[in-house]
Design a protein around this ligand. Structure first.
Ligand code: SIN
Length: 547
């Protein structure tokens, strides 16, 4: 979808900021990049909401790293490749697992609250890891512990200029090179041109395009959509990871995650008859990779005509459960459930976007001046199915690499882009405004029911038709956060449905009911998308540099 994105409201004043390095996103990837880059460069970090409103903040599992006795980067590599079902980039995985341990040790210096017993770090186990290798903090509160420590380090110990409530409308490009971003301040509605030599995209995922997700409200795929409009290659969008154990209570879009670490500690999955079933699908039982657990759950739910199975932790000691899983315990209490006493209803839920903006092993996208790190990026480490707790690690490792590379990149730049100024074309008034909440409801409903965990060609085609109709119906007079978000979500939803229809096989997180087998001969490859050049310049309303 192309439209004049950066058209401003008439007569609006544009503010201006300029940086050496502009970081977009306040999760682990953005904060790590900003703190690292600020050692040498003038850095601005913009986040769409607050540092508490990120996917990182919600992470329960932990961070996988080969630091335990008997573990090695080679074992971590093998587990990651096996989970990735033939689509991992082995060079990128090697970087992840070999640099991971040092990055995690450095993080422990910033965030001292990682869980230890007798001074020794405690390692948890999660699905498809061949041995315990997940470090965690505050039990299942790893995300909030890490986020808070990094945000504090950025605020107090570094020279990063931090801006919250700053919605990124679009990337600024000049002659195909990224030179910053146009943003909308959500508190005062002001527009700002943020000009920078280098921009680091770390805007996270897009779970909110689905009707049920573990992701926070801000996860609307803005980064992938704006990078696509700017001409960056994006790929693997059909690989949307559904987490097996989202709390199955009706009527909620943002769903409480019931961490995989519970199964790592010995909790079982039980079907409608109360029987354990996962060992029938995989010898690793409940600790098979996520795609396999989801397939097993869906098969049982279909056969029994039910909408969920149960997670059973009632055989584990109550006091220990509450202490090890304080977040899950508190979340379940809100629904009148007790981890130690009740069977917990769980069903697969949209959790993680494996695909994203294509990068090399230094975080460089195909657009000069634009780097990407974290969930927004497709580094190739996850293949077709992400191994549990590899995502925070990916943000740490690749943001560190971005910092090392941008030192080289900025050093080589002859021209100072900070001196550029811009004209923003104005949009023509539509004369009417669509209801964004209704449009969002239609979109998430289509995605949940027609592009969900188990896919078939007729529904995927219907989804594409409905999303196409919705896109062409939308009209906006004034553009604000909700309007930009729905357009970004439609871009993402449409491309996910297209790629899912195209990939006529089942692989990793992409399950096709009508193509249940893996087809290596035709499909051991990525689907990569790139907006044609003429659409980039004509449709997107790019800023034009002035003398
Ligand atoms: C979980 O805690 O189950 C989620 C961890 C992850 O997504 O890696």
């Amino acid at each position: 979808m192309t439209r004049p994105y950066v058209a401003t409201r008439s007569g609006e004043m544009l503010h201006r900021r300029s940086f050496d390095v502009l970081v977009l996103g306040g999760g682990i990837a953005g904060l790590t990049a900003a703190i690292g880059a600020a050692r040498r460069w003038r850095v601005g970090l913009l986040t769409k909401s607050t540092f508490e409103e990120t996917t990182t903040f919600l992470a329960q599992g932990g961070i996988a790293a080969a630091i335990g006795e008997g573990d090695s980067p080679e074992l971590h590599l093998q587990d990651t490749l096996q989970a990735g079902a033939g689509l991992c980039d082995e060079e990128a995985v090697r970087v992840l697992v070999s640099e991971g341990p040092d990055r995690v040790r450095e993080l422990m210096d910033i965030c001292p609250r990682f869980d230890k017993v007798d001074g020794q770090i405690v390692l948890g186990r999660e699905g498809a890891h061949s041995l315990p290798r997940i470090v965690h903090a505050g039990g299942d509160a790893t995300g909030s512990e890490v986020s808070s420590a990094l945000a504090e380090a950025a605020r107090l110990g570094s020279r990063v200029q931090l801006y919250e409530d700053e919605f990124v409308i679009d990337l600024l490009t000049v002659d195909g090179r990224c030179v910053g971003a146009l943003t909308l301040n959500l508190a005062d509605g002001g527009l700002t041109l943020n000009v920078a030599m280098v921009t680091v995209l770390a805007t996270g995922g897009a779970g909110q395009v689905y009707g049920r997700t573990t992701n926070p409200l801000v996860a609307t795929g803005d980064g992938v959509a704006m990078a696509y409009r700017a001409g960056a290659a994006i790929r693997d969008l059909e690989f949307v990871q559904f987490h097996p154990t989202g709390l199955a209570v009706p009527g909620q879009q943002t769903v409480q995650l019931v961490t995989e670490a519970l199964r790592g500690e010995g909790a079982y999955l039980r079907n409608a008859a109360g029987e354990r079933f996962m060992t029938e699908y995989d010898s690793r039982g409940e600790l098979a990779s996520r795609d396999i657990v989801v397939r097993g759950m869906v098969a049982e739910m279909r056969r029994d005509g039910v909408e969920h199975v149960h997670l059973d932790a009632t055989h584990l000691e109550a006091g220990w459960l509450y202490e090890r899983f304080p977040r899950v315990t508190a979340g379940l209490r809100e629904h009148g459930l007790d981890l130690a006493k009740d069977l917990i209803p769980v069903a697969p839920v949209c959790h993680y976007f494996i695909g994203g903006v294509v990068t090399d092993v230094w975080g460089r996208t195909t657009v000069p001046g634009l780097y990407a790190s974290g969930e927004v990026a497709s580094t190739g480490v996850h293949g077709a199915n992400r191994l549990a707790s590899n995502s925070l690690l990916e943000g740490l490792v690749f943001s560190d690499r971005v910092v090392r590379d941008l030192d080289r990149y900025i050093g080589r730049l002859g021209e100072d882009v900070r001196r550029l100024s811009f004209d923003i074309p104005e949009g023509a008034p539509a004369g009417t405004s669509s209801d964004t909440a209704a449009a969002r409801g239609r979109l998430t409903d289509v995605m949940q029911h027609k592009v969900g965990v188990l896919r078939r060609a007729p529904e995927l085609q219907e989804a594409l038709d409905e999303l196409g109709a919705l896109t062409s119906e939308l009209r906006f007079d004034l553009m604000g956060e909700a309007e930009y978000e729905i357009l970004n979500m439609l871009t993402l939803g449409t491309q996910i449905a297209k790629c899912a229809l195209l990939r006529g096989e089942s692989r990793g997180a992409h399950l096709r009911d009508d193509f249940p087998e893996l087809d290596d001969e035709r499909w051991r490859k990525h689907i990569t998308l790139r907006l044609p050049e003429h659409e980039r310049s004509e449709g997107v309303g790019k800023v034009t540099p002035r003398e």
